[in-house]
Design a protein around this ligand. Sequence first.
Ligand code: PLP
Length: 362
Amino acid sequence: MNFIPQMEPWFGSEEKEAMNVYMEEGGWLTEFRRTALFEKMIAEYTGAKHCVVVNNGTISLTLMAMAAGIKAGDEVIVPNYTMIATPNSLMMFGANPVFVDVEAENLCMDIHQAEKAITSKTKAIMFVNANGRNPKPGIEAFADLCKRHNLIFLEDAAQSLGSRYPDGRHQGTSGVAGSFSFSAPKVISTGQGGAVITNNDELATSLRKLKDFGRTGGGNDIHDSIGYNFKFTEMQAVIGIEQMKKLPWRVERKKEILKKYHSQLKHIKEITFFDQDLVHTTPWFIDVLAEKRDELAKYLKERGIGTRIMYPPINRQVAYQRHGVYTVSDLVGEKGLWLPSSAQLTDEQILTITDAIGKFYK
Ligand SMILES: Cc1ncc(COP(=O)(O)O)c(C=O)c1O
């Protein structure tokens, strides 16, 4: 039996052919027309006015925060359960991430904890749409909280392409800006890649300058602000354009995959699913709490099934070592497991996986 990976990017003949066509044209490889088209496709899909792509979804967070006006020394409230890139993107320029726990049902930031964490130094909230989910009180409750306390509201929507709020707007559009990632395990990938979406013209201009040496215009050498080089490449855009065409199908397939896991594992009391609204959101990964998690992962691996331990609580990472009470993120650190989640997973493979899980608990 072939090994079933926890996740695998998916490229086909369309990407290969598009790359051939591009190379035949003799392009410069650095970002140009294909990149502009890829940005346009993301902006249209998410309903945002602007999309600016950069080299990865960590830098997109850093530039989004900088362009929004967050500075070294500012505190930014982030969830304690997230990929480490969320806080690291702020540390990159000296801002200080402040960790708050997440909701047990959906792993999104707990709004009550967030409110309690606000101090005179707080400048922003960086919300993470965990696995494409919406928070229980609704995203607008966070936007309102930010308004009341004069804070900037940003969304790390790295895991959320294809997920919407209950009112139909795409995730990442509720605050001043939202950030996405196209790293290898995402629903669509360009190998590496990130994007910021925003409706704010000024912020979009700042982002374009930050990623291109602070140039005042395309290709010139006139600089009225400090910028760096976080540009994209046409090769990534060529792949990204083809991947975007496949996104609607993948979004639906991921929903079906979760439904199948649900129905085939519902009788196993040792496996707990989180809430996922499959009308408006799509699961990026199949995440569960599993009793005897590490033994289960080992058992599945021996049977050719890959899993991945979910993110440990960030406050306990040696890189941060911050004390605090984080009951939900601690629980995820102890029992959280990602099951195979690729869009190309077949129904047969899902049955193999759920049978193996059933046998383990017997
Ligand atoms: C929530 C979140 N933020 C940021 C990132 C970082 O994105 P990238 O790997 O493109 O730098 C990821 C990647 O998995 C993520 O899941």
